[in-house]
Design a protein around this ligand. Structure first.
Ligand code: SF4
Length: 695
């Protein structure tokens, strides 16, 4: 419930960063300064992390973009009027489309966009540009778990239960999720349950675990298969549930039977005794949850790995059971909503397939066009980035709320591909690493200057509210899309610029879809209702669906599906030349590509530069010293990092945060091997070598 109504100089909103979407109350103004405090909300219960507490600093960063920038004939970005910038973009887009067809223009969106922006961006791409080439950075975030969840349950919602349910759990397995650092307020709900943490690192979360399993990078899938093997052979599987509520058990178990504990130990390094302990801990308490994060998902077998953990949960009878379940801890602020409204290459609003004739007909009806005019599926994020340049097909790219120069794998190749474009347009509120390479930069509003909705990791739709008006010279993304669409020949009426009006259209477009928002309104949200999708308007005041699957799963027969998956191993293994595994991840002080948090003084001070955590034995072998500099190189590229010795690491593995720019980009060495089902790159496993560098 919402406590008191905010005053005129206050806004009750949510943190600009991660998918936990902690509630905040903002007050003040630009002159006096903006302050933040946690608002009453069951998810963050009066707490924020360091990023949330310092978020108001984002509103006054010195290099805030307040004027469009256009690259001149001298090669420099120079301020320009909005009219000039938009005319330039539209004119060049028109020429590229005329010469090379609509698919020569690509769009790259972001999981931080509000639902309204994500929706309108998808519509703009399909109608104003007529392109199939749209995808977004969420492909690099939770796409493997989304694919596995859709396959298993017929529906993907990160957590199909409220976060607060976790507090009553007996045991929680966290596979590849370092929530103590990435979402600290979530730990309040994990204080009581016994934690089993799967992570090659002794992360902040692993340090609080009752049991820490440390598989070698790229072997999580073998471990999950082994845990299923033990559950079955020790008679811990819930046979009644399997019989009643699932299909495909025999085939899945058939694969897992090849993964007996000693073999799993040989492949993963996790002792067989710890594997057995883990399964007994999971099975002995009825209130058990299995949760996956990026560590388990960002692999070239990411979908299979998430599916293997879902198999384990299904065998134990957890999903769709009160007080138990499986979930994926979505990372980006609107990582959940961002994947529902049509900025994915294969998808239309309502989280429906773009190849589904019924979905095409309905959405086309809402948009006032014929279904056959809608493009089909396009490339996934990495494929799209790799197809940039005249020789590869895509000649112009529009980037909204994303910084792929830092966040995409094999980032030197991404930078080369961006440079090969005829036109790169970036809409952002700071000169991100990608914006600095653009031909045109469009300055847009940021979180505390805009209205809209976000959907958190538990599928709850939340209101983002404005405290401030944007600075002069800055426009809202919705207006930018409308202004461009009109210049491209679209009727203005097709692109509302009021967030509420866009949401009303989104409701209609989602009606009957998997993510059905048709029963949700700003009025209901502003009245403090807790509405988790699906919330159809089939009944007045539908209460939403905080807990999914309690009666049936979303497949037509109501049953969940086991997946018959097997372990293949990472795309790249260590060699004489590249003898160490590198795995990448996040740290407390920074968010995603760091474009925002590196500009906040306190956060920059807490984590000022790229670093690599190395076991002391490995450091000695590689002639590295604590606090010295190292070059971390793979077959694809090299980055520079400050060495931090960590005796708790596996000696065969180093850890590098990916938030830093220029030669501190971890993604200079990462591998773009893709998961065939989801398009997820293999961020978590690269074979590297480490060399000392002089200061
Ligand atoms: Fe913001 Fe996430 Fe930190 Fe909460 S946990 S304050 S949503 S960054």
């Amino acid at each position: 419930s919402e406590p008191r109504r905010p005053g005129p100089e206050e806004a009750r909103t949510h943190c600009p960063y991660c998918a936990l979407q902690c509630a905040t109350r903002l007050s003040g103004d630009r002159e006096a300064g903006v302050t933040v405090e946690p608002a009453d909300f069951p998810v963050n219960r009066g707490k924020l992390c360091q990023k949330g507490w310092t978020a108001p600093e984002l509103l006054g960063v010195p290099d805030r973009l307040t004027s469009p920038l256009v690259r001149g004939s001298d090669g420099r970005l120079a301020p320009a009027s909005w009219e000039t910038a938009l005319d330039t973009v539209a004119g060049r887009l028109r020429r590229i489309r005329e010469r090379h067809g609509p698919d020569a223009v690509g769009v790259f969106g972001g999981g931080g966009l509000t639902n309204e922006k994500a929706y309108l961006l998808g519509k703009f791409a399909r109608l104003a540009l007529g392109t199939s080439q749209i995808d977004y950075n969420g492909r690099f975030c939770m796409s493997s778990a989304a694919a596995a969840g859709n396959d298993a349950f017929g529906l993907d919602r990160g957590l199909p239960f409220p976060v607060t349910d976790l507090g009553d759990a007996g045991t929680v397995l966290l596979a590849g999720a370092n929530v103590a650092e990435t979402m600290p307020p979530l730990m309040q709900h994990l204080d009581r349950p016994r934690l089993i943490v799967v992570d090659p690192r002794r992360s902040a979360t692993a340090r609080r675990a009752a049991l820490h399993l440390r598989p070698a990078p790229g072997t999580d899938l073998a471990l999950a298969l082994g845990l299923l093997h033990i559950a079955v052979t020790e008679g811990l599987a819930d046979t009644g549930y399997i019989e009643r509520r699932t299909r495909g058990y025999e085939e899945a178990v058939g694969r897992a039977m090849g993964w007996w504990p000693e073999r799993v130990e040989a492949v993963t390094g996790v002792p067989a005794s710890d594997q057995r302990t883990a399964v007994r801990m999971l099975a002995e308490h009825p209130r058990t949850y299995v949760l996956t994060g990026r560590g388990a998902e960002q692999h070239s077998q990411g979908t299979a790995t998430a599916a293997a953990f879902i198999n384990l949960a299904l065998a134990l009878g957890l999903p769709g059971t009160t007080g138990a379940g499986y979930g994926c801890l979505t990372g980006q602020g609107n990582g959940q909503g961002g994947r529902e409204h049509g900025q994915k290459s294969d998808q239309l609003p309502g989280y429906r397939s773009i190849t589904d004739p019924a979905a095409r007909a309905q959405v086309a009806g809402v948009w006032g066009v014929r279904p056959e005019t809608l493009p089909g599926p396009g490339r996934t994020a990495w494929e799209l980035l790799d197809a940039l340049g005249g020789d590869r097909g895509i000649r112009a790219l529009l980037v909204f709320a994303s910084n792929p120069v830092v966040s995409a794998p094999h980032s030197a190749r991404v930078a080369d591909r961006l440079a090969a474009l005829d036109l790169l347009v970036v809409a952002d509120f700071v000169p991100s690493d990608t914006a600095r390479t653009a031909d045109v930069v469009l300055p847009v509003a940021q979180w505390a200057e805009e209205e809209g909705t976000m959907t958190s990791l538990e599928g709850r739709v939340l209101r983002r509210r404005a405290l401030l008006t944007p600075p002069p010279g800055v426009r809202d993304d919705l207006r930018v899309l409308r202004d461009l669409a009109v210049r491209l020949g679209e009727p203005a009426s097709r692109y509302p610029t009021e967030p509420r009006a866009v949401f009303e259209e989104l409701r209609a477009a989602s009606r009957g879809g998997r993510a059905d928002y048709s029963g949700i309104s700003y009025e209901r949200l502003d009245a403090g209702e807790a509405l988790h999708w699906p919330c159809p308007d089939t009944a007045p005041d539908h209460p939403g669906t905080p807990r999914l699957f309690l009666d049936r799963f979303a497949h037509p027969d109501g049953r969940a599906r086991f997946a018959a998956v097997d372990h293949r191993g990472p795309a790249e293994t260590t060699s004489e030349e590249y003898p160490v595994y590198a795995t990448t991840g996040r740290v407390l002080a920074h968010y995603q590509s760091g474009a925002q948090t590196r500009r906040v003084a306190e956060l920059a001070e807490a984590a000022p530069e790229a670093y690599v955590e190395v076991h002391p034995d490995t450091a000695a072998r590689c002639r590295l010293t604590d606090r010295g500099l190292a070059r971390v190189s793979s077959a694809r590229g090299a980055m520079t990092a400050r060495v931090r010795l960590d005796p708790t690491l596996r000696p065969d593995t180093v850890f590098v945060p990916f938030h830093f720019a220029r030669d501190g980009r971890a993604n200079l060495f990462t591998h773009p091997a893709l998961d065939p089902r989801s398009g997820m790159p293999e961020f978590k496993v690269s074979a590297v070598r480490l060399d000392p560098l002089a200061e």
